[in-house]
Write a protein that binds this ligand. Structure first.
Ligand code: ADP
Ligand code: MG
Length: 261
């Protein structure tokens, strides 16, 4: 039996921005159906890594998505296999929730053509699934942080890709809404056989959801493995200069900060 090709394979990724080397040769693989979380201190290069995987920043090295070289894919093609939500998405002024989610159908619309009834069905399904139907005609700027985060996810889901890239999808949310969004992503992962690559800020939340964790520091992978292997007191002291206790809850690491003085 041959093992299926990973959904994401990045090899020796190097990125330079504004004259500074941001990624110094990063390797990353994400298997089909896996949830991989990239963690690391501020400025470690997490967002840059996601942008390099999606072909949004120039990088040297190789990125393959579903076995295909990302640089050889046209924009539309790429948008049919990979949907991503940026850390702070740009919101077009005055746009409504349903029109914003409909933007996710762009890679399927004929050039200069309009959306079909099938596209509108997809949008409606997404709005139902994300409990956004009541918000369909509201403009995005009238939404709360949690509602907005669901709308961003909605646009990505309307793309109907099998790979989802989320850059700190829950950092603006309170703990209950964080769980709602991530439980939903996890449910979708199972229902739709999605593969998920996220960056994450909260380490306990990372520990609760990710299958595998990649710790980035200074543009390099310094640790990777299961949450219990990576999220340890020693690793966090070394790479975050954090003083923490890590306790085990249901075989998952929970990080408790301790005052430094
Ligand atoms: P993270 O997401 O881990 O916080 P980023 O990937 O956003 O980190 O950024 C990594 C480093 O790259 C930071 O030091 C940041 O200032 C720098 N950087 C990001 N984008 C640019 C850019 N366009 N020009 C110059 N430096 C950048
Ligand atoms: Mg970032």
């Amino acid at each position: 039996m041959t093992t299926p090709e990973p959904v994401v394979t990045a090899r020796d990724l190097r990125v330079e921005l504004g004259g500074n080397r941001i990624l110094h040769g990063v390797d990353l693989t994400v298997a089909a159906g896996e949830w991989v979380a990239v963690i690391g201190p501020n400025g470690a290069g997490k967002s840059t890594l996601l942008n390099a995987v999606s072909g949004l920043v120039p990088a040297t090295g190789a990125v393959r998505l579903f076995g295909r070289d990302v640089r050889r894919m046209r924009h539309r093609e790429r948008a049919r296999v990979l949907a991503s939500v940026a850390q702070s998405p740009v919101v077009p002024a005055g746009i409504t929730v349903s029109d914003y989610v409909l933007l996710g159908r762009t890679p399927y619309l004929p050039r200069l053509g309009r959306e079909s009834a099938a596209d509108l069905d997809v949008v409606r399904e997404v709005l139902v699934r994300l409990e956004l139907l009541d918000f369909a005609d509201r403009t995005l700027r009238t939404l709360s942080g949690g509602e907005l985060q669901r709308v961003f996810l909605g646009r990505a889901l309307a793309q109907e890709t099998r790979l989802l890239l989320l850059d700190e999808p829950t950092s603006a949310l309170d703990i209950g809404h964080q769980q709602d969004v991530l439980d939903l992503v996890d449910a979708l992962r199972r229902d739709r056989a999605l593969t998920v690559l996220t960056t994450m800020h909260d380490l306990s939340i990372t520990g609760a959801y990710a299958d595998r964790v990649v710790l980035l520091a200074g543009g390099r992978v310094v640790a990777s493995g299961t949450p219990r292997e990576v999220i340890t007191e020693d690793v966090l002291a070394t790479h975050y200069e954090a003083r923490v206790r890590v306790v085990d809850v249901d075989d998952r690491p929970v990080v408790v900060p301790i005052r430094k003085r």
